[in-house]
Write a protein that binds this ligand. Sequence first.
Ligand code: P5A
Length: 437
Amino acid sequence: MRLSRYFLPTLKETPAEAQIASHRLMLRTGMVRQGAAGIYSWLPLGLRVLKKIEAIVREEQDKAGAIEMLMPTIQSSELWEESGRYEDYGKEMLRIEDRHGRHMLFGPTNEEMITDIFRREIKSYKDLPINLYHIQWKFRDEIRPRFGVMRGREFLMKDAYSFDLTPEDGVKSYNAMFVAYLRTFARMGLKAIPMRADTGPIGGDLSHEFIVLADTGESEVFFDKGFDKFDPLAVQPNFGDDLQPIVDQWTSLYAATEEMHDDTNCPVSDDSLIKGRGVEIGHIFFFGDKYSKPMGASVQNAEGKPVDVQMGSYGVGVSRLAGAIIEASHDDNGIIWPEAVAPFKVGLMNLGPKDENCTKTCDTIYEELQEKGVEVLYDDRSVGAGAKFTNMDLIGLPWQIALGKRGLENGVAELKNRVTGEKQEVAINDIASKLAS
Ligand code: P5A
């Protein structure tokens, strides 16, 4: 992408409304713009990141055996009356009336809708287990939307729903999601800790929140320092593997959110207990027949008797993750994207835009990178070198290539790693293949 033709409205000044680094940086780099409180447009750069996050979530869901579908954002109130949540959800639910006076709502979650789909189509235990998911926008009329996309009113969620015949099988489905979440977040460069959690309006008694540490996080958390030793990517399960030992390992150490933590009965000694703040990027629930029973979602078991199915639901804050990743990975100069979610892998800077040779060589590098499938943002604008460097650091692409007249004379370009700040000179002819490998 040529920057001269891109839509990247960066800001020099720090926007006054942004209280935390990720919000500031998402506005400054032109990733998002606010439409109304807690409602954002994703501009091209932000959308690229969102899509990358989504793709990792999708890959790990698919690997874990979940099946993708897509449910609508607008729902009818009827199903929610069946489950009893139409009243319970209170003011967080955005209620809408259509032209016929029917009560509709913008979905804050989809337990009711998926249970309805299930009960219409699936009648036999032979069709279980099944786990269906979608990645769709949700709306919650949060009392205090803040921190940009971290606590929005409209936000993108991956939500999966598992259906099993027995509670034991239900726990197996829960475990598959538990492990998929560990892998998903690790692939984005995040260290997420699963913590026993309160189930709130979703319900059930088995639940974990996946939390990444950040000083600006909204919840206070308490956990054993031993988590450091666990490597989530060491776990590469195959579909159908017994995952209980892995879940047991991760849940053997103490980790609890504020609501679940009890200072006096905490099993961890003071010197092993870490207290911090964190951001909840995922939340999983096992709630048995909470929805299947009132809504009549049952299947016939082997004896031909109807049994209410055992359900769980599993959420990932896809749009929140964009903020959480920046919160975990930035410095004074800007964002530092982990390669897996970076909007582009490389930023190419032409430091001699008025020089014909320099421009020609940069154009060639740009074309070579594209041919090799390397995602590149090419700063081909007629602005000073200083402005280009500052801008590239702000945007935070993992690699930067700078080529000016002096480098051209020596046949080398400068390659900088955004994480380490390390710079090296690389022969112009080699640079595209170096970045492709
Ligand atoms: C699980 C999937 C649920 O809604 N039903 C379907 C269950 N869980 S949850 O914890 O309430 O939400 C799942 C994840 O969504 C993100 N999230 C938000 N992101 C941005 N802004 C918000 N206002 C917001 N609310 C929830 C979180 O990452 C949460 O873990």
